[in-house]
Design a protein around this ligand. Structure first.
Ligand SMILES: [Zn+2]
Length: 311
């Protein structure tokens, strides 16, 4: 649809982050300064309700500010360029739906929709930890694991819409104990998400020690110096180094930016780079690993920055 009218006068950017439990909307001015934000619970399993909640957030922001905004949205999935339909969303009620078109129609303007990891990459490349970097690979490790690519500050979704979908590549240089690896919900075995994630660390820890602990509990125990937990985090760091080495061998990004729960674990920025050179072809690695500057807000900021220019 052609909805340029109204946007010509846009005075702010609105970003919406559609998460599994909450939807957050944020308005930023032309310089990226935060104006206000709202969040509501995600109407799970309810497609129409999800769209209505997002429209409601935009209406509240525009009423409160008295201004009109461009709208970008980050979703936990991607829009297929071939079919125009959402795929690979773990908020499964979006899959198979023309979400960007429906959202645009409901909001009376063109809404740009991108994968949430791509939004993180865009946010950090625009005014975050990777500001001004040309090729940014964003990694989100929380309960799951995902990746996204920004080139010159813009989303690189790719011809298949899966650019950066690194979490479903297999763990590289798997040892006999690691191969073929656990079954992933995507149908394959040994995906990175099954290893490099809160749930993956918990499973690995249980298999090795026989004790059930959550990912955050293992991280806290590691910090306290508990040997089993330190060993589990070292295994995680080595797997992460192998996985990032693959990205370097293919894309050689200027920087890796980390979001999600694991991004708050300080030792990874120290320990993973030491291991990278063991795996990267030629052994030379300068690639910085940085924590996302805007933390949990990077996704919603990146959604707003899907409209880099207001005029
Ligand atoms: Zn998978």
């Amino acid at each position: 649809m052609k909805v340029k009218q109204g946007m010509k006068d846009a005075a702010m950017r609105i970003g919406i982050d559609l998460g599994g439990t909450k939807i957050e909307a944020l308005a930023i001015d032309k310089d990226g300064k935060e104006l206000l934000r709202y969040r509501v619970p995600t109407p799970r399993e309810d497609y129409e309700g999800t769209i209505a909640a997002m429209v409601g957030l935009v209406q509240r922001i525009e009423k409160e500010t008295g201004a009109v905004g461009t709208v970008g949205a980050g979703i936990p999935g991607s829009v297929s360029s071939r079919t125009g339909l959402v795929k690979n969303a773990n908020s499964t009620w979006l899959n198979g739906m023309p979400f960007d078109r429906d959202l645009s129609a409901a909001m009376g303007r063109e809404v740009r929709v991108a994968n949430d990891a791509n939004c993180l990459a865009v946010s950090e490349a625009t005014d975050g930890a990777a500001a001004g970097k040309r090729v940014v690979f964003a990694v989100i490790v929380g309960t799951g694991c995902g990746g996204g690519v920004a080139l010159n500050g813009q989303v690189h979704a790719g011809i298949n819409g899966v650019g950066g979908e690194w979490g479903h590549n297999p763990l590289p240089w798997a040892s006999p104990e690691e191969y073929p690896g656990p079954v992933c919900y995507c149908g394959k075995r040994g995906c990175l998400e099954m290893w490099i994630s809160g749930t993956g660390v918990a499973r690995d820890f249980l298999e090795v020690t026989g004790r059930a602990q959550s990912g955050p509990e293992i991280m806290a125990a590691c910090e306290a110096g508990v040997p089993d937990a330190v060993a589990a985090v070292e295994r995680l760091e080595d797997r992460l180094a192998r996985a990032l080495a693959h990205v370097i061998n293919i894309l050689d990004p200027d920087v890796f930016v980390f979001g999600g729960g694991l991004s708050k674990v300080e030792r990874i920025y120290r320990e993973v780079p030491k291991r990278l050179s063991r795996y990267v072809f030629g052994g030379e690695t300068e690639t910085p690993l940085l924590q996302a500057k805007f933390g949990d807000s990077s996704g919603v900021r990146g959604a707003a920055w899907l409209w880099p220019n207001l005029d």
